[in-house]
Every structure is written in structure tokens, then in C-alpha cells.
Ligand binder design. Structure first.
Ligand code: HEM
Length: 345
């Protein structure tokens, strides 16, 4: 990522050179993704970095509450694999992680907002005994529950044992990363963390900007073409900040001394249970799991189709000479997600 450290930025090298980058521990779970995207790269002569970011932006839009992430294309092919150790580990300190992002001009506010990706994430390889466990109780919604729930007193490991990088979570079956817990309590980030816990709309906005900035690392806007029109509007956000069933204000562990935290409502119902999926690649449908296929039918020779959970189909029709993209089906046929406010009582 950082040219100084020898990486090439957001160039899709993890797909093109997966034989090398797939051996890095941080990339262990990316094999199926890399293999699949390489098929589309070969078939459509599309750049690996472009299709990777297209897939990320469309997948995010499939999760209610996500921002509409900008998509620009026209990246040159990756010239070589990234050196190892440029991707943070869950055992790294907050300082180490922030420094790594600072080297590519991503600041603290954006880093903390980017961690909202863990609101729609599942763990597959960190502890292989319990693959498929989510990192918050609403893994199908891009919301601020992840920030709230990491603030709750941890009492239980998700797996049979403690794995490096895992710490105890508040709800059984939720996998909590050591780095996420450290971000929630570090003097560098704890106040921001609490702010984001209560402001999903703010997280949505800054996450979208951060994802776009990540996609530009190693590139300039002027060298790329604006293809935002092909990215669908996200689905409506359906939740408000709350404590999960069985948890309340007294379970909070707060480290920010300059702001208080309000009492939120506790979601009704029994304590949720999450069980491992039993396989390493999405055996559990996730909101970000879209199907990407080659366009069928006449005139679709150079198009990739993305089918979303509500049936919306987006077609990325590419012209590799001029790096343009267009959608055959209007991606605007959804309702924009509203910005939600905290339901503090
Ligand atoms: C800042 C330091 C970060 C660390 C240490 C970290 C670490 C991890 C770890 C250990 C997992 C579980 C992987 C597995 O066991 O399969 C994970 C999952 C995930 N992370 Fe992060 N992460 C970080 C930041 C980010 C950022 C900035 C993004 C994106 C903007 C992101 C997106 C994801 C996603 C989408 C998953 C779920 C993968 C899946 O469902 O297969 N993470 N992260």
C-alpha cells in the first residue's frame, strides 16, 4: 500500500499475485474471492483493482444502512506483489495500526469509521474452530451496534479457547477482536469510538469517504474515470442504537472522560445465539455476499452482472480502452438509506 514500503496501493495485486500474497497470514481467508475475481479479470480484460473495488462498493450497498461508495476505474495492472506485513494484525497496538494508515494518508477519524466494516463482518480463519461467527449481533445491517457492543463488558470467548487476537465478548457467539477492544479504550480513539456508537449516520458518511480514499491509494482521481453511476443506492437502515438483549447501561465499560454515554433501550427478546457455520468461506449468507456473473445474452460480451439480495441487477459494461463503465439496469431503483439518530432515552 505505501510506496515507501514497497506496495503498489489499491492495485488489485492481492488478486493478480495471490500465489504470493495469499501466503500472508492476514490474507488467509481471501482465496475464494481472489480465485473468483481472477476469472472475471481474465474473461473481461478488466483490471483486478477495478473489479475488486466494484465488488466492494456493490456488496456494501447490499447491506442496509451502508453508504453509497464512490467507484472510479481505470487502474493500471499491478506491477508486482505487495511485500508482507503491510496489513494490520488484530494483535497490533492502536499506535501501530494508526501509524500504518497514516503512512497512506488515512487519519484517525477515518480509521475508526472504517472499522465499521466489522459491523457486517464474520470471522472465518482467526479461530478455525468456530468459522462464520459475526463481530456484532446485527451482522446483516451496517449500523453502529458494533461500536456499542465492543463497549460492553466481555465475559465469554466465542471459541473453545483463546486465540491470539481474540478477546472475550459480551454475547455468546460474537467474536471480538483484541484490536477493536483496544480502539474502544485507547486515549487516542475512545471518545471517537463512543461518538460513533451513538451516531450511525456519521459513521455511514465517514466510512464511505474512507473506503473511497482507500481505493485511491497509489492513484490520482485525474488518472481514473468517475463510474459512480453504476453503484446502487443502499437499502434502508432498519435499526437504531440499542443494547442487545440481556445487556444494559451497567454493562458498559467507558474510557472517554470528556463525554458521557446515555442510556439506550435494550432490544427485547432472548439473548441471541450465533453458531459457527462449519465451513471457511461464506456458508452463512452475509448481506455483503452478492453474486457476480458474466453477462449472458446478446450484447453482454464484456459485462459483469451483480445480483443483489432484493433482485436488483447491476451490470458493469466495461470498455477497457477508455475505462468507461455503464449500468444496463438503473441502480437508482432503491430508496436511499436515511441518516438515523441516536435513540438515547
Ligand atoms: C484496522 C485494523 C484491522 C484489523 C486488525 C482487522 C482484523 C480483522 C480480522 C482478524 C478479521 C477476521 C478475519 C477472519 O478470521 O476470517 C477481520 C474481518 C473483516 N474485516 Fe477487518 N481488520 C481491520 C480493519 C478493517 C478495515 C479497515 C476493513 C474495511 C474497511 C475491514 C474489513 C473486514 C471485513 C469485511 C471482514 C470480514 C471478512 C469476512 O467476512 O470474511 N477490516 N478483520
Amino acid at each position: 500500500m505505501d510506496p515507501v514500503l514497497g506496495g503498489g496501493g489499491a492495485d488489485g495485486s492481492v488478486v493478480t499475485f495471490f500465489d504470493v500474497e495469499g501466503t500472508f497470514p492476514q490474507n488467509e481467508g481471501l482465496g475464494t474471492m481472489a480465485e473468483f475475481l481472477q476469472i472475471l479479470v481474465d474473461r473481461h480484460e478488466i483490471n483486478a483493482g477495478d473489479i475488486l473495488h466494484f465488488a466492494a462498493a456493490v456488496s456494501a450497498a447490499n447491506c442496509p444502512g451502508s453508504p453509497q461508495i464512490e467507484f472510479w476505474m481505470g487502474r493500471p495492472p499491478a506491477s508486482g506483489p505487495s511485500p508482507p506485513n503491510l496489513i494490520p494484525n488484530p494483535t497490533d497496538s492502536v499506535e501501530t495500526i494508526l501509524n500504518r494508515f497514516a503512512a497512506i494518508n488515512i487519519g484517525t477519524v477515518e480509521v475508526v469509521a472504517l472499522l465499521a466494516a466489522h459491523s457486517i463482518a464474520r470471522m472465518y480463519v482467526t479461530d478455525r474452530t468456530v468459522p462464520g461467527l459475526p463481530l456484532d449481533t446485527t451482522p446483516e445491517i451496517f449500523d453502529s451496534q458494533f461500536y456499542i457492543e465492543v463497549l460492553l463488558n466481555g465475559t465469554t470467548f466465542a471459541g473453545n479457547r483463546s486465540t491470539p487476537g481474540e478477546v472475550e465478548a459480551a454475547t455468546p457467539g460474537i467474536f471480538r477482536l483484541e484490536s477493536d477492544l483496544n480502539f474502544a479504550h485507547s486515549p487516542l480513539t475512545s471518545c471517537l469510538w463512543q461518538q460513533f456508537a451513538l451516531q450511525p449516520g456519521q459513521v455511514q458518511e465517514i466510512f464511505g469517504e474512507g473506503m473511497f480514499d482507500l481505493s485511491l491509494v497509489g492513484h490520482t482521481k485525474s488518472s481514473l474515470t468517475d463510474c459512480n453511476d453504476v453503484i446502487p443506492l443502499p437499502l434502508l437502515m432498519t435499526t437504531f442504537p440499542h443494547f442487545p438483549p440481556g445487556e444494559g447501561f451497567s454493562d458498559l465499560q467507558l474510557s472517554c472522560s470528556t463525554s458521557s454515554f446515555p442510556t439506550l433501550t435494550t432490544a427485547p427478546g432472548p439473548v441471541p445465539t450465533f453458531t459457527p457455520a462449519g465451513c471457511e468461506f461464506p456458508g452463512v449468507p452475509s448481506c455483503w455476499f452478492i453474486s457476480l456473473t458474466t453477462m449472458s445474452g446478446t450484447g453482454g460480451g464484456n459485462a459483469v452482472e451483480a445480483t443483489l439480495s432484493d433482485g436488483l441487477v447491476v451490470a458493469l459494461v466495461t470498455d477497457t480502452q477508455t475505462a468507461t463503465a455503464e449500468s444496463l439496469v438503473s441502480p437508482a431503483s432503491r430508496t436511499a438509506a436515511p441518516i438515523t439518530k441516536s435513540t438515547a432515552v
